[in-house]
Design a protein around this ligand. Structure first.
Ligand SMILES: C[S@@+](CC[C@H](N)C(=O)[O-])C[C@H]1O[C@@H](n2cnc3c(N)ncnc32)[C@H](O)[C@@H]1O
Length: 220
């Protein structure tokens, strides 16, 4: 949330992603702190990470727009986190059914924050609380009213590395069951099969913060 908001507040125009809702979600103190010279988000590492976060969302949303033009009817955000697409959706997205899937605790925190900030829940959005390590996507989404027969665009951004390899494969197994016009945009921690599986600096700091990266995939 902070990185997305910082992109709006301190990065040059034109922005990679226009996201006024990310700023709305911030508390006033954090908003002020971001804009101070020498703030934590001004470092080279923070800028690199921020670029990654906004580029992956921009890429997914551009692909979604193309997919909607081809007739996709559902948008499934896996591990939605503080993604704000649903709350700032353009007119072309109003006909989509949008499903935000997330760990129940994360989703609960987001919904509370949205309420505190008086951000309206769009009528085409449904929340599906699912722990990928415990529940299956098929069962959790069926409870939420997701229709696996409708062509669906799936995004899974910044999520797979936090899952065990088995849960990560289950995500792809589920997407594979969707109707053929469906597609997925995903990011993953990439480790070449012939390279030692040393962690990246980002992975190491995630581990130190208590959110270790558990899965990786070979890029080839
Ligand atoms: C780094 S955030 C990414 C959020 C968003 N997709 C984005 O691009 O900014 C990772 C998300 O993965 C979710 N996640 C991690 N482990 C999960 C699990 N076992 N089940 C469901 N969601 C999980 C977290 O709740 C969090 O929302």
């Amino acid at each position: 949330m902070v990185l997305r908001a910082a992109h709006q507040l301190i990065d040059d125009s034109p922005r990679i992603l226009d996201d006024p809702v990310a700023v709305q979600l911030l508390d006033p103190e954090t908003r002020q702190r971001i804009s101070l010279p020498g703030s934590r988000v001004a470092t080279a590492e923070a800028r690199t990470l921020r670029a990654h976060v906004v580029i992956r969302s921009r890429f997914a949303e551009d692909c979604l727009a193309d997919a909607a033009g081809r007739g996709v009817q559902q948008y499934l955000l896996l591990g939605a986190g503080y993604d704000t697409f649903a709350y700032r959706q353009p007119a072309w997205a109003h006909s989509l059914r949008i499903f935000e899937v997330d760990h129940p605790a994360s989703q609960d925190a987001k919904r509370k924050r949205l309420e505190q900030c008086s951000i309206a829940i769009p009528t085409n959005l449904t929340y599906a609380p699912i722990d990928f390590e415990v529940d299956t996507l098929a069962a959790g989404l069926a409870r939420a009213g997701f229709d696996p027969q409708l062509p669906t665009f799936v995004s899974c951004l910044g999520v797979l590395m936090y899952l065990t390899q088995q849960a990560a494969y289950s995500v792809f197994d589920f997407v594979h069951t969707l109707t053929p016009a469906s597609e997925i945009v995903a990011t993953f921690h990439s480790v070449r099969r012939d390279a030692p599986t040393t962690d990246s600096p980002l992975g190491q700091s995630a581990g130190a913060a208590g959110e270790p990266w558990l899965s990786h995939f070979d890029p080839f």
